[in-house]
Write a protein of this length. Structure first.
Length: 168
């Protein structure tokens, strides 16, 4: 498996291979934020097939309670892969690359949110060194094929991992 930054030419393949809710592609939104310099949109590949993705939000989690407790902590957002794939290699690979990039940017920690009803993901993150139990709501929306806007509020826990200095 290899991890790369998303390129414009990857978007059609992502839309085809990595499912999403709604009619508007979150992959295109993530790529646009990356083009603005706000995020880094990472892709995991198995050969020529995308098998997972995540976004590093350099300004951190949008939830005010997380911003207050962890100012300046970049957030790994939207970590995911198709359900038929084994989770550990894809998730671990993407998180390790996110950590590496955060260290290069001299960030002291890296954070992520996990839904309270996802104990398998929480266990993976704990194995990788993430800690913390800050509850918050991850609020987002999507438009379905009928043009109806759906607003979602996922009950999550924010976890962080301290990172080593870039130049010890």
């Amino acid at each position: 498996m290899r991890i790369t930054e998303c390129r414009k030419e990857d978007l059609d393949l992502l839309d085809e291979r990595l499912p999403f809710r709604g009619v508007v592609s979150p992959h295109r939104d993530r790529f646009a934020r990356q083009a603005e310099g706000l995020t880094t949109f990472l892709l995991a590949w198995d050969g020529a097939r995308p098998v997972g993705s995540c976004e590093i939000r350099w300004e951190g989690c949008a939830a005010p309670e997380v911003q207050a407790r962890h100012p300046g902590c970049p957030e790994v957002y939207g970590l995911g892969w198709p359900g038929a794939l084994p989770s550990r290699p894809v998730g671990t690979g993407l998180l390790r690359e996110a950590e590496r990039r955060a260290v290069v940017r001299d960030r002291a920690s890296l954070g992520l949110g996990v839904e309270k009803n996802n104990p398998r993901a929480a266990a993976l993150y704990r194995r990788l060194g993430f800690r913390g139990e800050l509850p918050y709501l991850d609020c987002w929306s999507y438009e379905d094929g009928a043009g109806v806007l759906h607003r979602v509020a996922d009950a999550c826990v924010f976890m962080t991992k301290p990172l080593p200095p870039a130049h010890p």
